[in-house]
Structure formats: C-alpha cells, structure tokens
Design a binder for this molecule. Sequence first.
Ligand SMILES: [Ca+2]
Length: 140
Amino acid sequence: MSFTFQQSRRPATLLLATAVTLLATLSVTAAPSAAATASESAALQRAAEQCGPGEICFWERNDYVGTPWRWKPQNGYRDLPPYLHDNVGSFYANSVGCFIDWDPRLYVKVALGDYSRAYKYEGKFGSRIDAVRKYVDCHA
Ligand SMILES: [Ca+2]
C-alpha cells in the first residue's frame, strides 16, 4: 500500500519540479526584453519632451540625445544642416512629412507618430537623408 502511494506521488513531484524549472527559465528569458522596453519607452519620452506639436525633430545621435534640429510643414523644403546630411541618428515625427535622398533619388513618406531611435543602423534612411519637405510633395 505504501509502495503504491509512493509510486503515485513521484510523478506529481517530478512534474512540479519541471514546472518550477520551466517558469524560472521563462522569467530569466523575459527579463532582457522587459529591460529593453523600459529603456525604449524612456528614450521615447525624452523625444516627446523635446519635440513640439507639429514638428519633426532630428538628432545626430541615437536615442534622441542632444538638441534636435526641428522642421515644420510651413517651413516647406529644407536641406538638412551639414552635420545631419546622411547622418540622422534618430528622429521623432509630430507631423507628416517627406524625407529625401538626392543621389540616388528617393522619397520616404513619414507618418504622424513615426520615429526611430537608431535611424542609421543597418543602412536605414538616416544614413541617406539630405532634405525634408511636405508630405503632399513626396514625389519627383
Ligand atoms: Ca544622401
């Protein structure tokens, strides 16, 4: 009787131990992405605090660090200042707009709320951008 009891207990104990191990593994795996999300939301909050209503803001550095260069649709066409040519580390858009690379020519439409905290990373458009203009003029 006692033997039968032990036999039926053992699998349950093993199952519990397996479940605890699995949970521990899951929480360790989840930790880095939770930290990345907190870091990203802190960076986005920094961008939102620096970029006014109706503006698109450009930073030379990633993660919206430093003082942004600002553009509004009423500014019309603008060449980016020399330090930002092919060199936008991050941007945040409180307006629609159009990013332009002149050579080879490419127009990129920007929607309200678009952003990138690492806009040059892996050949993204921050490594090509030369100018900005109105969304409605986003064509050759
Ligand atoms: Ca370019």
